[in-house]
Design a protein around this ligand. Structure first.
Ligand code: SF4
Ligand code: SF4
Length: 220
């Protein structure tokens, strides 16, 4: 019944990809055994020719608004069904380890939505990395998706080559890879943070995303 109601929410936004995963790997697992995770595609699917930092930032903001509306609908259903849930914050806890309390990306991989690219973000077959992720932790046994355990980036290296700061290491991800194997996260964050004074926010650098052939009808 609840799965059906959630299906109806996503039927209204068929472009949004979603799935469920067991989160027994997570520190939240004692309270919430499963997560619903979904990926909202950016309205503007930018490539390198159409990319500007402002357009990329706007895409993120628009997707975030859409995501909030979907989250509200999901909350209504979970409340109606008296299912305990928690929406983890997207923000990183601090500027040192730069980790969120719950990784949407790892949940998405486990739910079968995509893999982690050489750019350290979720890559979906349909949109590449041009999606915004969210997750809801639930105390309810939903039918889970099939976990993706290996990268499909192959020999593509476009994101690695385009990073102006050489923050990406060029390794193909697998399910056991650590973030540090793929990216110098501090370097990327430091370079993007250099814009805070000028723009009032970190630079939304999307170069390593807009260059990705996945989602652009290209083959690698
Ligand atoms: S976001 Fe920009 S700085 Fe960071 S890894 Fe990607 S291209 Fe490099
Ligand atoms: S640009 Fe190439 S290597 Fe980078 S994430 Fe996309 S497919 Fe993978």
């Amino acid at each position: 019944m609840v799965a059906k109601k959630i299906q109806q929410i996503f039927a209204k936004v068929p472009e949004v990809k979603y799935g469920y995963t067991d989160i027994s790997y997570s520190s939240f697992s004692e309270e919430y055994r499963f997560a619903l995770v979904f990926a909202v595609p950016y309205e503007e699917q930018l490539n390198l020719d159409s990319y500007t930092e402002e357009r990329f930032e706007n895409s993120i903001l628009n997707a975030r608004n859409k995501l909030e509306i979907i989250l509200k609908d999901i909350e209504i259903v979970l409340k109606e069904e008296c299912i305990k849930y928690y929406i983890p914050p997207v923000a990183q806890q601090n500027e040192e380890d730069l980790l969120a309390v719950f990784s949407f990306k790892y949940a998405a991989v486990n739910a079968g939505l995509g893999w982690i690219g050489k750019n350290d973000v979720l890559i979906t077959e349909k949109y590449g990395p041009r999606v915004r992720l969210s997750a809801v932790l639930v105390d309810y046994p939903f039918e889970t998706g099939r976990k993706i355990t290996e990268s499909r980036c192959g020999s593509c290296n476009r994101c690695v080559d385009i990073c102006p700061h050489k923050a990406l290491k060029g390794l193909n991800w697998d399910i056991n890879a650590l973030r540090n194997n793929l990216i110098d996260y501090h370097l990327c964050n430091q370079k993007r943070s250099a814009y805070i004074e000028k723009h009032g926010r970190k630079n939304a650098c999307g170069l390593c995303m807009v260059v990705c052939p996945f989602g652009m009808g290209e083959t690698i």
